[in-house]
Ligand binder design. Sequence first.
Ligand code: TXA
Ligand code: MG
Length: 322
Amino acid sequence: MKNSISEASKLLRAGKLVAFPTETVYGLGADATNPEAVKKIFSVKGRPSNNPLIVHLYDISQVSEVAEIEDLPQVKKRIDKLAHFWPGPLSLVLPKNKNICSEVTSGGETVAVRIPNHPIALDLLSEVKLPIAAPSANRFQKISPTKAEHVSSSLGDEVAMILDGGSCSVGVESTVVSLVGKTPILLRPGGISREDLEEALGEAIQLVDTYTDSDLLPSPGMLSHHYSPQTPLTFRSNLIESDFKGSVGLIQLTKESEENSNKFKVVSVLSPCGDLEEVARKLFEQLHNFDSLGLNLIAIDHCEETGIGLAIMDRLKKAVRK
Ligand code: TXA
Ligand code: MG
């Protein structure tokens, strides 16, 4: 792995794209200070340029290299209170400085930063010594990759290198919190729960409660249609009798929900013991698997919207057929 990391680091320095594992999902990395390299991310993903990227760092001391927080004591205080979640699945939106090219921030004045908690990502970031912009390494609006094979099957020909770190341990993307306004705002629920963040901050985090498409959204990743498999997906509670004319697969989140499995072509339970962290870890991988089975429809259960359940339900609500 040491050789691959030094090779990957050279490629990044040369303006190429490298996919790498993080604890949440695989990222598609480029040098965040190089506009041409960053533009490649958008073209390879087919992502609209108005959707800004998260910049990955390996140490908290690098925050001041990409964000302008020197004269913002309130912002610094909040970062201090949240610092123990790093490395980890938390992205903070801060005022940007001039080192970050405008392609990364979609022309905006803020930058999202995070320190991923994965040994390969951290080794790569500390070797390359550059801030690395990285969205999830999937095509726009498709399910995020949680294994190297997911990246190679969708973007394989278009990335210079894919570092394989096995399956991601968290499995849903980072929580995105904006610290640029008066109060912290939760822009995307993710691997760190809202409850844990509020406890650390000692104040409430505002929720943006919208699932409607709009250019006005503070974070375009919150578009209502996102993260979809090719096969239509629906909540089990919304199934109608005629759905069973075709083949339907069922993904149960836990064992608690009662089964009528004979109607389904295939049934899988993500966490038989009812652990939502395990559900999150396995969710995208199982959606990728079910998507390859040639089903007409995938049905899936709900879960409670607390803890990491908020992120799970956020992704599912965006993925189901409308
Ligand atoms: O876990 C993760 O965050 C993964 C891994 C690779 O780190 N990355 C990821 O990136 O999920 P992406 O590009 O798929 O999602 C980034 C989210 C989007 O919802 C985007 O709109 C939001 O972060 N975002 C990025 N920069 C922002 C900014 N300056 N202001 C508001 N939202 C921002
Ligand atoms: Mg993404």
